[in-house]
Design a protein. Structure first.
Length: 70
Protein backbone atom coordinates (compact mmCIF):
# COMPACT_ATOMS: atom_id res chain seq x y z
CA UNK A 1 0.00 0.00 0.00
CA UNK A 2 1.27 3.48 -0.82
CA UNK A 3 0.00 7.00 -0.23
CA UNK A 4 0.86 10.43 -1.59
CA UNK A 5 -0.67 13.90 -1.54
CA UNK A 6 -1.06 16.26 -4.47
CA UNK A 7 -2.70 19.48 -3.26
CA UNK A 8 -6.05 18.56 -1.69
CA UNK A 9 -6.00 15.14 -3.38
CA UNK A 10 -4.87 12.03 -1.51
CA UNK A 11 -3.77 9.05 -3.59
CA UNK A 12 -4.00 5.70 -1.82
CA UNK A 13 -2.92 2.69 -3.84
CA UNK A 14 -3.55 -0.84 -2.64
CA UNK A 15 -2.75 -3.98 -4.59
CA UNK A 16 -4.39 -7.29 -3.87
CA UNK A 17 -5.06 -10.64 -5.41
CA UNK A 18 -8.77 -11.30 -5.98
CA UNK A 19 -10.15 -14.81 -6.03
CA UNK A 20 -13.51 -14.88 -7.75
CA UNK A 21 -16.21 -17.34 -6.90
CA UNK A 22 -19.22 -15.77 -8.59
CA UNK A 23 -17.69 -13.45 -11.15
CA UNK A 24 -18.62 -10.26 -9.24
CA UNK A 25 -16.43 -7.70 -7.52
CA UNK A 26 -18.31 -5.34 -5.20
CA UNK A 27 -16.57 -2.42 -3.50
CA UNK A 28 -17.77 -0.61 -0.39
CA UNK A 29 -17.04 3.11 0.04
CA UNK A 30 -15.97 3.96 3.60
CA UNK A 31 -12.62 5.71 3.21
CA UNK A 32 -12.63 9.22 4.77
CA UNK A 33 -16.36 9.78 4.17
CA UNK A 34 -16.87 10.37 7.89
CA UNK A 35 -14.49 13.38 7.76
CA UNK A 36 -15.43 15.11 4.51
CA UNK A 37 -19.02 15.66 3.32
CA UNK A 38 -17.92 16.38 -0.25
CA UNK A 39 -15.67 13.33 -0.41
CA UNK A 40 -15.27 11.76 -3.84
CA UNK A 41 -13.54 8.37 -4.13
CA UNK A 42 -12.46 6.90 -7.44
CA UNK A 43 -11.84 3.15 -7.41
CA UNK A 44 -10.05 1.55 -10.31
CA UNK A 45 -9.53 -2.18 -10.85
CA UNK A 46 -6.87 -3.28 -13.31
CA UNK A 47 -6.08 -6.65 -14.72
CA UNK A 48 -3.53 -6.85 -17.50
CA UNK A 49 -4.57 -4.19 -20.02
CA UNK A 50 -8.19 -4.09 -18.81
CA UNK A 51 -9.51 -1.39 -16.46
CA UNK A 52 -12.79 -0.83 -14.63
CA UNK A 53 -13.47 2.47 -12.83
CA UNK A 54 -16.31 3.51 -10.49
CA UNK A 55 -16.97 6.83 -8.78
CA UNK A 56 -18.26 7.04 -5.22
CA UNK A 57 -19.88 10.30 -4.04
CA UNK A 58 -21.89 11.37 -1.00
CA UNK A 59 -24.10 8.59 0.27
CA UNK A 60 -22.98 5.97 -2.27
CA UNK A 61 -22.05 2.90 -0.25
CA UNK A 62 -21.49 -0.04 -2.59
CA UNK A 63 -20.93 -0.47 -6.30
CA UNK A 64 -20.06 -3.38 -8.52
CA UNK A 65 -16.98 -3.18 -10.72
CA UNK A 66 -17.31 -4.66 -14.17
CA UNK A 67 -14.85 -7.35 -15.15
CA UNK A 68 -11.69 -5.64 -16.45
CA UNK A 69 -11.21 -8.59 -18.83
CA UNK A 70 -8.01 -10.23 -17.67
Amino acid sequence: MSQRAQGPVQWIVATTRVVRSGGRLVMRNTLLVDRFRDQVNVVQARCGEGTSTVLFVGGTETKELTDPAC
